[in-house]
Design a protein. Structure first.
Length: 348
């Protein structure tokens, strides 16, 4: 979609993709409040948990899902940036087990630095992904900002019987992941001019992949909890799942799907700065971490895979769904939920 004469968007931003997220520990400080909201029995999912989206009961056994996500460019190509940011925002609806209905755009653009035509290409990318998801890009809002920012606010719908929170795992549940880890490392390597030729486009292709699987996974009773892996890395989002359920998680590092050659890029110091910021929040909660696993498990993902816990009695049914939906290479667990232990996550 781009050529050498086009603007390279990553040159205009200090962060990239979901790596722009504020560190978990800092975010906890920001969200602290003595304010007590009035009771609302229609708000099924809100600020009380660290879920991917809010859910509001509209009656008849259905709920409205509301979410927003936006960030600075993680790729240079404007069209691809629009697709990635949009797929990432829509993913929060899928991660609740829901179906997206419509989206509105959020655009911040440095009008005096980057051509308006480039912003138009971002919006075109968003339209393309929304069309793939079967929803309209129905409007939006824009501002003149120092750095380029783009994302969506997305509205979805769900049968409440299929709602999947990130806090409802049970002891003994198997843990699955539906995309490879490492896009933050690859994006950093590309920005520094160290990306191998065979890896050009690998991260972007994965980041543009919609997590539609979540809607179908939500219909399975054996699926107990679900979230998507984004800026806090696999480790951070697994900690949120475990803490939300009052459990611990044990993961088999060798079973986790990784993008090829991450060790090479780690040796070249191609780690996003947010990886270390992530780890500073997780350190006391994790055992079994090495230098390598720190940077891979804390690597911020943008539109990463779904992190799903499944009752072991539903293992065959769920793995069949994965195979049928084109996720054959991800149809094996990476870990198991355990009773609450000294550490929240144990890496084997």
């Amino acid at each position: 979609m781009t050529d050498d004469k086009k603007v390279k968007l990553t040159q205009f931003s200090h962060g990239a993709g979901c790596g722009c997220k504020i560190a978990p520990g800092v975010l906890d400080e920001i969200l602290k409040s003595n304010f007590t909201a009035p009771p609302n029995d229609k708000l099924i999912v809100g600020n009380s948990t660290k879920d991917d989206a809010a859910v509001y009961d509209i009656g008849g056994g259905q709920g409205i899902i509301s979410t927003t996500d936006f960030f600075m460019p993680i790729v240079d190509d404007a069209f691809d940036f629009g697709k990635i940011a949009s797929a990432n925002a829509i993913s929060d609806v899928y991660a609740m087990g829901g179906r997206p209905l419509l989206a509105i755009a959020i655009l911040g653009w440095p009008i005096n630095k980057i051509p308006v035509k480039t912003a138009q290409e971002v919006i075109e990318g968003a339209r393309a992904i929304c069309a793939e998801a079967g929803i309209p890009l129905a409007g939006g809002h824009s501002i003149d900002s120092p750095e380029p920012i783009f994302g969506l606010a997305v509205t979805g719908i769900i049968d409440l019987k299929n709602l999947k929170k990130n806090s409802s795992a049970a002891t003994g549940d198997l843990i699955y992941l539906t995309k490879k880890i490492g896009v933050g490392i690859l994006a950093t390597a590309e920005k520094r001019g160290l990306l191998k030729e065979e890896h050009i486009g690998v991260a972007a292709k994965q980041m543009m992949q919609l997590n539609k699987l979540g809607e179908k996974a939500g219909t399975l009773k054996g699926v107990s909890a679900m979230t998507d892996v984004t800026g806090f890395g696999l480790l951070g989002h697994l900690i949120e799942m475990a803490e939300g359920a009052g459990l611990s998680a044990e993961i088999n590092y060798a079973a986790i799907p990784f993008i090829d050659d991450l060790n090479y890029y780690i040796s070249q110091k191609c780690m996003p700065g947010s990886s270390a910021r992530n780890w500073s929040s997780y350190d006391p909660k994790v055992s079994g971490i090495t230098e390598e696993t720190l940077f891979t498990l804390c690597d911020p993902q943008t539109n990463g895979g779904l992190l799903i816990t499944v009752n072991p009695n539903s293992k065959e049914e769920f793995e069949k769904l994965l195979v049928d939906e084109g996720y054959k290479n991800f149809a094996k667990p990476i870990g198991v939920m355990k009773s609450k232990g000294e550490k929240t996550v144990v890496v084997l």
